[in-house]
Write a protein that binds this ligand. Structure first.
Ligand SMILES: O=C[C@H](O)COP(=O)(O)O
Length: 199
C-alpha cells in the first residue's frame, strides 16, 4: 500500500508541497500518514504541523474516506522525565483527535523522536509501557472499544534484530519502519510481527 507522508485540508489548489486528499483518491491511494515528528518540527526543521492543524487534517482525510496513520512521539527531554511525562505528552498530542478515532480507519504510530533514524531503539518494556499508556488514554477519552481495536505501531530504529522482542509486547501491534525498510532485513521485521500476532 502506498501511503503519502502528508496531505492538506483544503482539497485541490495552489498548495505546493501539501498534496490533496482528492488527488490521492484519484490515484487509487487508500491511506495517508500525518503527524510525523519531522513535520511537527523536530530535528530543527520549521514546524509545519501542530496538534490543531493535524486534527483538521485527520478529520478532512477521514471525511474523504481515506485511512490515516497518525504519528505521535516525544522528544528526548520529555523521555528523560519518565513514563508519566511521556504519557502526558501523548495526551497533549491526542487531545484534539480522541473524538475522531475509529479503529477501522486510524492507526496510531508511536515514534519516540530520539529513536528515529538514530539507531537507538526504545527498550521493549519502555515501548510497551508507553503503548499501554496510549491505549489507556484512548480507552478513557475515546472509548474502550476503540482502544481495544486500534492498532498502535512502534517506529524508531526498528530492525530485524529488535523486532522479535518488540513484537512480543502485547500493546505493540506493528511497526513504522524507516531505514530498515530499505534493506532486505525488512522481510524479517514483517515475519517477526506476523509470527508474534498470529500466536
Ligand atoms: O519515517 C520513519 C520512521 O520515522 C522511523 O525511521 P527509522 O526506522 O529509520 O528510525
Amino acid at each position: 500500500m502506498v501511503t503519502p507522508q502528508n496531505c492538506n485540508f483544503k482539497g485541490c489548489g495552489a498548495f505546493t508541497g501539501e498534496m490533496a486528499v482528492e488527488q490521492m483518491k484519484d490515484m487509487g491511494l487508500k491511506c495517508v500518514l500525518m503527524g510525523h515528528s519531522e513535520r511537527r518540527g523536530e530535528f530543527g526543521i520549521f514546524p509545519m504541523d501542530d496538534n490543531s492543524t493535524l486534527a483538521t487534517k485527520l478529520k478532512y482525510a477521514l471525511d474523504a474516506g481515506l485511512q490515516v496513520v497518525f504519528c505521535i512521539g516525544e522528544p528526548l527531554s520529555i523521555r528523560e522525565k519518565g513514563l508519566d511525562a511521556v504519557v502526558a505528552e501523548m495526551d497533549v498530542q491526542l487531545t484534539q483527535i480522541y473524538g475522531l478515532l475509529d479503529a477501522a480507519k486510524v492507526v496510531i504510530a508511536y515514534e519516540p523522536v530520539w529513536a528515529i533514524g538514530t539507531g537507538v531503539t526504545a527498550s521493549p518494556q519502555d515501548a510497551q509501557d508507553t503503548h499501554a499508556g496510549i491505549r489507556k488514554l484512548i480507552a478513557e477519552k475515546a472509548s474502550p472499544e476503540v482502544a481495544e481495536g486500534i492498532r498502535i505501531q512502534y517506529g524508531g530504529s526498528a530492525n530485524a534484530k529488535n523486532a522479535p522482542e518488540l513484537s512480543a509486547m502485547p500493546d505493540i501491534d506493528g511497526f513504522l519502519v524507516g531505514g530498515a525498510s530499505l534493506k532486505p532485513e525488512f522481510k524479517e521485521i514483517v515475519a517477526a510481527i506476523s509470527k508474534a500476532k498470529a500466536a
